[in-house]
Design a binder for this molecule. Structure first.
Ligand code: ATP
Length: 275
């Protein structure tokens, strides 16, 4: 079964389209990222897939069911990490995770989950005493405590320090390696590049490019830019074979730079072209 299948999804607010004909499919154990500027339609799409919002039209199947009419059993098989942090401030971290585990038929072991998200040493602390990034880890713990087949992560690492972000990426990879499907929205392009098997760039409610982080938007075919300075000034060459350009440089060449276009370049080009 394909965990997520979407065809021609549309949703408008007050007659203004927010999602304007999106189609995508996410396979089992795949990490799929949705990228796009503020207001692009990512959250609306994800909320429809989570069953939290009604669509105007389009076919949507999530774990084989229509999320809007799916029942409790379906809900227990998905995990959700929302943008807004959990408000369980007076409970300890351990109590919070245990409490949530009781809502699921086959939860993960709470201690194991605290270990996975790197909060074992904060298990006895009240949630309200945690830092922003630590609270976010509690959110992630609550998103995976039910041992879901599919996890939705809405900007999961906002507020994480660089080390915590890397630990989080390792956690998500290990979940996916165990067969969990992950749909991620993020504003961090390096996060999408590091985590996603495939990604879609959304702007104005439509997918403007989709592919792997190394091929999306023609990245694989994009030329490399070689720049250098010599006695006659600054030079820039765009080429498919940077090695031969470098090999032919004059002996007095300085400040050599070789730059492959990044996901960020493609993203900004695509988004810029639409605004
Ligand atoms: N409940 C609502 N009522 C009216 N308009 C809404 C509502 N929710 C979203 N919108 C509008 O729909 C469009 C898409 O919003 P959405 O939240 O899906 O974007 P997003 O890509 O998730 O943005 P961000 O990156 O800022 O989270 C925006 O123009 C937004 O103003």
């Amino acid at each position: 079964m394909t965990p997520i299948e979407v065809h021609g999804l549309r949703k408008a607010y007050g007659g203004i389209p927010a999602v304007d004909g999106i189609s995508l499919a996410v396979g089992p154990g795949e990490i799929f990222a949705l990228l796009g500027p503020n207001g692009a339609g990512k959250s609306t799409t994800v909320e429809i897939l989570e069953g939290h919002r009604r669509r105007d039209s389009g076919d949507v199947r999530v774990l084989g069911e229509d999320p809007f009419s799916a029942g409790r059993r379906w809900r227990s098989r998905i995990g959700i990490v929302l943008q807004t942090a959990t408000d369980a401030a007076d409970l300890t971290v351990r109590e919070t995770v245990r409490h949530y585990s009781r809502f699921y038929p086959a939860p993960r072991d709470p201690s194991l989950v605290l270990d996975l998200v790197g909060l074992s040493d904060k298990a006895g602390a009240r949630v309200r005493t945690l830092s922003g990034g630590q609270r976010r880890r509690v959110d992630v713990a609550l998103g995976i405590i039910g041992n879901p087949a599919l996890v939705f992560l809405d900007e999961p690492t906002t507020g994480f320090d660089p080390e915590a972000r890397r630990q989080f990426w390792a956690l998500i990879r290990s979940l996916a390696a165990d067969g969990t499907t992950v749909l991620l929205t993020t504003h961090y392009l390096e996060e999408a590049a590091a985590l996603a098997d495939r990604l879609a760039i959304i702007a104005g409610g439509r997918i403007v490019a989709a592919g792997t982080p190394s091929t999306v938007g023609g990245l694989a075919r994009a030329q490399t830019t070689v720049t250098w300075r010599d006695g006659t000034g600054l030079h820039e060459v765009r080429t498919d074979s940077p090695n031969s350009v470098v090999a032919a440089l004059p002996p007095d060449a300085l400040d050599l730079q070789i730059r492959r276009p990044s996901l960020e370049d493609v993203y900004l080009d695509l988004i810029g072209a639409r605004s």
